[in-house]
Design a protein around this ligand. Structure first.
Ligand code: FAD
Length: 654
């Protein structure tokens, strides 16, 4: 079982400064403003890269709070969590610690679009993140509200280009100085909360908005284009008041899959997982929405909200006459509350009660906290570089909801990258970028900085053109080595572990290829396997493993001496092999088999090869320099399509 010593909040508070006075005038390499999902990842990443880092946030005890749904991951979002973990970020390990219901979404589709997801215990998630930050060397946490950003003109030769020099806190006259500042103010920038016809200033229920001073500096001093977006959250319902017999039970996966590449298990035992249920809205829900529209300011506003996580009001108005899904999700192991996913609403509280009671399991339900909406400022992200630095302000980086995204995972992904780049800038190292071909984080950042947003942006697998190779299972091979060698945000422990995994996978694929037999001989060894099309030709272990009904364990039971060292990689090997063959035509597979021994020139410059290869594939080929085409096919991360391109190139050259 996953074990961890959680440092209690009391001791956390005793070592961090609650008063800023003594920090005034002090210089940090990096200051991160905001302790949400972007800010915590940014601060931890900056410190890992080697920067003296200060995280300033309004309330220390809200660090790592899940503002809305108690869940992590999903389709597209799960890939981001795996990638943040591969870069040594926090959220994957926090998810394994706090998860109480695990499922891989899209399991019936190909492994490239599987979506690892977990319901979380809110308290455990927060504890983990806070404890991790406390134990991070070079990181100080300060409770305080940043009132103002300090900026100067950077260089007389570059009029209009500013330089950030630090921050000023509310009630503190002297600034705290920094070479880089990362702003991650989430939904707090000029935030206002909406419930019914009532509006009040706030970034989240119970929390004040971020001061107008920051928005003013961004807009007026730096001349940044800004916009306004909105989002909302459902009411929390008392669990005891819900009739679960009227909803459909949704079982979790029998064996939870960890998010983190460092974990083989999650903290929660399989049998301890909580329950989720599914139910549907009735025509009564639509009636209440329509009858209360005049009482609902949030819905009437033109400001854009999240299209893919819409309020019940928007769903009903957009698709009248339909019934809509509502998921009944736990909020934690010891929580009395239930999170009704799909019921975000902003009508007056008494109307919210009327609405939920139109849904059968909630006929007698009681609301603990009503739903509400929030409107906030965001910065049009096309004004950022791919390192997430504001182009017109040296040293100023932005990450998370402030860039127009929505979701914890999108925020965490930007946070880790902005934090690493902020540290590199402060330490006079060049910026690092991620391409669309090597990661979902690259897709996310590229979409933001080149296309911008017109509504809250969330990740989907369909946004990634190279999703077959950007899989959740291989995020470590794609990013950990780069994170260590080029970025500096990965520990040597994780790096060594990934090198071991990479080498073992290569060895395992070679071992599988060495097991060559005729189809009848294979059938004799594996009598339950059909292998219907396999006639005549010899088949190796890799080709046999591609069959749907063949598992690595089956092959291992037949060839234990050869394959048992690689047992821990059984699922990864199955996916790797399956995708190797899945995306090739029969003709291409036969060509590759025929040309297996084709030599690859050792002086080949993979980076300038005029064929369609991703940066990731070019890097792998350049690093390993396989001597034959067959050796190239066995490299994890080198896609089947890349092998075909390589084959065509060498063939025509030769
Ligand atoms: P946040 O998590 O918002 O963190 C911002 C942090 O900055 C906070 O800790 C705050 O205290 C701190 N801060 C702000 N200003 C200052 C300052 N001046 N000085 C010091 N500290 C400061 N996401 C979805 O995917 N789907 C949803 O349906 C959804 N609904 C939401 C509903 C509501 C009501 C809210 C509030 C959020 C919702 N979210 C939703 C968004 C989700 O919470 C965010 O996407 C995610 O938390 C963004 O992370 P972040 O780090 O950018 O900001």
């Amino acid at each position: 079982m996953l074990t961890k010593k959680i440092v209690p909040l009391q001791s956390f508070l005793s070592v961090v400064s609650r008063r800023a006075g003594h920090l005034a005038g002090r210089h940090y390499d990096v200051i991160v403003v905001g302790g949400g999902h972007a800010g915590t990842e940014a601060a931890a990443a900056a410190a890992r890269v080697g920067a003296e880092t200060l995280l300033v946030t309004q309330k220390i005890h809200t660090i790592g709070v899940l503002s809305c749904n108690p869940s992590l991951g999903g389709v597209g979002k799960g890939q981001l969590v795996k990638e943040v973990d591969a870069l040594d970020g926090l959220c994957g390990r926090a998810g394994d610690w706090a998860g109480i219901y695990f499922s891989i979404l899209n399991r019936r589709k190909g492994p490239a679009v599987w979506g690892p997801r977990a319901q979380l215990d809110r308290q455990r998630y927060r504890e983990f993140i806070q404890s991790e930050l406390l134990c991070t060397p070079r990181l100080t946490v300060l409770e305080g509200a940043v009132e103002e950003l300090m900026v100067t003109d950077a260089n007389p030769q570059e009029p209009g280009r500013h330089r950030v020099t630090g921050i000023r806190l509310a009630n503190d006259s002297d600034p705290i100085l920094a070479s880089s500042v990362v702003l991650t103010t989430g939904t707090f920038l000029s935030g206002s909360l909406f419930m019914g016809r009532t509006t009040s200033p706030g970034g989240r229920i119970g929390d004040a908005p971020s001061s107008a001073g920051i928005s003013n500096t961004l807009r007026d001093r730096l001349g940044l284009r800004m916009g306004r977006l909105k989002t909302g959250t459902p009411p929390r319902i008392l669990k005891d008041s819900v009739d679960f017999s009227l909803a459909k039970f949704q079982p979790p996966d029998s064996i939870p899959s960890p998010f983190s590449f460092l974990n083989t298990h999650v903290r929660c035992k399989p049998e301890e997982q909580q329950s989720c249920y599914l139910t549907y809205t009735t025509p009564g829900v639509e009636r209440v929405v329509r009858e209360t529209l005049h009482l609902n300011c949030h819905v009437q506003q033109d400001t854009k909200g999240p299209r893919y996580c819409p309020s019940i009001e928007s769903r009903v108005l957009r698709f009248p006459g339909r019934s809509h899904q509502v998921w009944l999700e736990p909020e934690g192991v010891n929580s009395d509350l239930l999170y009704p996913q799909g019921l975000t609403m902003t009508m007056p509280p008494e109307m919210q009660l009327r609405l939920i009671r139109e849904i059968p399991p909630f006929h007698r339900a009681e609301i603990h906290t009503p739903g509400y909406g929030v409107h906030y400022d965001y910065v049009c992200p096309t004004q950022l570089s791919p390192a997430l630095q504001v182009k017109s302000a040296q040293g100023l980086f932005l990450a998370g909801q402030i860039n127009g995204t929505t979701g914890y995972e999108e925020a965490a992904a930007q946070g880790v990258w902005a934090g690493a780049n902020a540290a590199r800038s402060a330490l006079s190292m060049p910026p690092v970028t991620l391409s669309r071909t090597e990661s979902y984080i690259g897709v996310l950042i590229d979409d933001l900085v080149t296309r911008g947003v017109t509504e809250p942006y969330r990740m989907f697998t369909s946004r990634a053109e190279f999703r077959t190779s950007l899989r959740p299972d291989n995020a470590d091979l794609r990013l950990t080595l780069k994170g260590f060698e080029e970025v500096g945000c990965v520990s040597s422990f994780r790096y060594q572990e990934t090198v071991r995994v990479r080498d073992s996978l290569q060895e395992a694929l070679t071992a599988l290829q060495s097991l060559t037999m005729s189809p009848p001989a294979w059938r004799k060894k594996l009598p339950d396997i059909r292998m219907s099309e396999a006639k005549g030709n010899m088949l190796n272990g890799m080709e046999v493993l591609q069959y749907q009904d063949v598992s690595f364990e089956m092959l291992e039971s037949v060839f234990p001496e050869c394959l048992s060292p690689y047992k821990e990689f059984s699922q990864r090997l199955k996916i790797e092999v399956f995708l190797t063959f899945f995306h090739l035509s029969k003709r291409d597979i036969e060509r590759i088999q025929r040309e297996e021994n084709m030599s690859l020139p050792q002086d080949i410059d993979y980076f300038s090869l005029p064929v369609s290869l991703s940066v990731e594939v070019r890097q792998i080929l350049d690093r390993v320099r396989p001597s034959t085409l067959g050796a190239a096919t066995r490299l994890p991360g080198v896609t089947p399509a890349a092998i075909v391109h390589l084959l065509n190139y060498v063939w025509h050259k030769g």
